[in-house]
Write a protein that binds this ligand. Structure first.
Ligand code: GLC
Length: 542
């Protein structure tokens, strides 16, 4: 595991990817059991193709007891019956291909369910080292007592029902005799298992994986040195066996994950200095979910204008500088672990500017299902399949971001034909909740704006992931130029804002141009004036 293989594959299509995340439980229910499924996704590919997204990633859809909504896998090689079959996945992949859409699955690499046969065997066989077992009378701190005939305790990776797979420790410690080196038999078997799982699904035609908790594999690993070597080894194997396969990490530090072999990293979930500061400083996806109240964080997308784009921009530019063109940083609107863009006091009129930023930024933009119509974080829901993360706070409930997609004004918002009380989670009870049907019919809707912004991005190399960004003003209004062609102005606060560059900037900075998309922004010749909640994309060549 010591090799540092280069070069590695760089699938060209990824630079143009517009990602769309599907939480399969809640997207579309084709068989009326109240839970979304693969055939439901296939039936709705038309919406995604109309919207213009070209890559979907689906949260884990494998066999599972669902103590953590499927992030507790009990068989990596079979589809959970509630979602359908491997044939359904093959049909989904094939239909998606016809729509020009690639499919990424979710690889839960660091742990299994405690109901996985590997674990039940391990819990009864003291000679098995696929998991991390401490053979002590008292469980060491953080360990969970053995549920089987084996004595001792195992190390969980997230919830106690998610035992950590043993990828070894980066260093030994006499006080912890259970530590094994990364090249011990258990870690080798687990690395081989990851190859087998990836190979299995890649052969079916998927484009790659989002990798769950990718940094968590090797324990006590300062600087993630051994974890990085592990991923490089897997990447080298992929380069030979499946050179087009893409790996995107849930890591939060592109400066480490990209050199480790990932093509991109979902940075803002918990990236940047401090506890997810970069994420929270942009649109505060943490705020609405924690305690189910809007937690005051001075984020940029705050109506009162308390925040600033600066922490986000600085973290971003630093990360970009470190990785160069070796990989990408994915910017999500939100995801299944954090509150949606529409949460807390944020109103629908604040959302267009957020999408204007997302879709003109040098990133892999990732839209969480439903954010394109402004679905909100629904407060007050019960704990569903481990949605409440007790150790993150008693009211940290992810369920509010996982409610069914709102398709139309019919029963269950068109999500399912099941009785309402059998749905995976209730539909947002707000009578004025947005729907795809309603917004498709309205040219002024968020959905139609998102569609136009995607089309603009897709047809303008200057707006792509790899094109240059020149920041003109990292205050209000946030102002930047992409690829020397598009001037972007974003004012997410209620109060108006104006900006005049101190010195006359060069060509393509602020002059006149053609307004491609926007509202409430005026170019004054030597600066910009932006009303509250305004945004503009101006073609300076126009
Ligand atoms: C990741 C997933 C989250 C899950 C956890 C444990 O953070 O996004 O949903 O609970 O890993 O697998």
């Amino acid at each position: 595991m010591r090799s540092d293989p280069t070069p590695r594959s760089r699938p060209a299509w990824l630079a143009d990817a517009i990602l769309y995340q599907i939480y399969p439980q809640s997207f579309a229910d084709s068989d009326g059991d109240g839970i979304g499924d693969l055939n439901g996704i296939t039936e709705r590919l038309g919406h995604l193709s109309w919207l213009g997204v070209n890559t979907i990633w689906i949260n884990p859809c494998f066999a599972s007891p669902f103590r953590d909504a499927g992030y507790d896998v009990s068989d990596y090689l079979s589809i959970a019956p509630r979602y359908g079959t491997a044939d359904d996945l093959a049909r989904l992949v094939e239909t998606a291909r016809h729509h020009g859409i690639r499919v990424l699955l979710d690889l839960v690499a660091g742990h299994t369910s405690d109901e996985h046969p590997w674990f039940t065997a391990s819990a009864n066989d003291p000679s098995d080292h696929r998991y991390i077992w401490a053979d002590t009378d008292e469980p060491p701190r953080g360990f969970v007592p053995s549920p089987g005939g084996r004595n001792g305790a195992y190390l969980p990776n997230f919830f106690p029902t998610q035992p950590a797979l043993n990828f070894g420790y980066a260093r030994m410690a006499p006080s912890e005799p259970w530590r094994q080196p990364v090249d011990a038999d258990g870690p080798r078997a687990n690395r081989a298992a990851l190859r087998e799982i990836m190979d299995h699904w890649l052969r079916l035609g998927i484009a790659g994986f989002r990798v769950d908790m990718a940094s968590s594999l090797v324990k006590d690993d300062p600087g993630f040195r051994e974890t990085s070597l592990l991923w490089k080894e897997l990447r080298a194997w992929l380069d030979r066996a499946h050179p087009d396969a893409v790996l995107l990490s849930e890591w939060g530090d592109p400066a480490v994950s990209v050199p480790a072999g990932f093509h991109g990293d979902f940075f803002l979930h918990f990236g940047g200095d401090g506890d997810g500061l970069a994420l929270r400083s942009l649109w505060n996806n943490h705020g609405g979910i924690d305690m189910e109240h809007w937690k005051a964080v001075d984020c940029f997308f705050d109506a009162e204008g308390k925040g600033s784009p600066r922490p986000f921009v600085q973290a971003w530019l630093e990360a970009m500088e470190t990785i160069g063109d070796a990989g990408h940083i994915a910017l999500p609107t939100s995801n299944h672990d954090f509150s949606r863009l529409g949460c807390g006091p944020r109103t629908p009129e604040e959302l267009p500017a957020a999408f204007a930023l997302l879709l003109t930024w040098p990133t892999l933009p990732a839209i969480y299902y439903g954010d394109e119509i402004g679905m909100r974080y629904v407060p007050g829901l019960p704990d569903k399949e481990g949605s409440v993360i007790g150790f993150a706070g008693p009211d940290y409930n992810r369920a509010g971001s996982r409610t069914p997609m709102q398709w139309d004004s019919g029963p269950n918002a068109g999500f399912s034909t099941a009785p309402a009380d059998r749905l995976y989670l209730p539909i947002d009870p707000d009578p004025s909740r947005p729907t795809v049907e309603g917004q498709r019919a309205d040219p002024g809707s968020l959905l139609n704006l998102v569609r136009r912004l995607i089309a603009l991005r897709a047809s303008s190399p200057e707006l792509g992931a790899g094109a240059e960004v020149r920041i003109l003003h990292d205050g209000f209004p946030f102002t930047y130029v992409r690829g020397d062609r598009y001037l972007v102005v974003i004012n997410p606060r209620r109060r108006a804002a104006a900006f005049k560059p101190a010195r006359k900037p060069g060509r393509g900075a602020i002059g006149t141009g053609r307004l491609v998309e926007g509202r409430g922004v005026t170019l004054t010749g030597d600066g910009v004036e932006a009303e509250g909640f305004s945004y503009a994309i101006v073609d300076l060549d126009g």
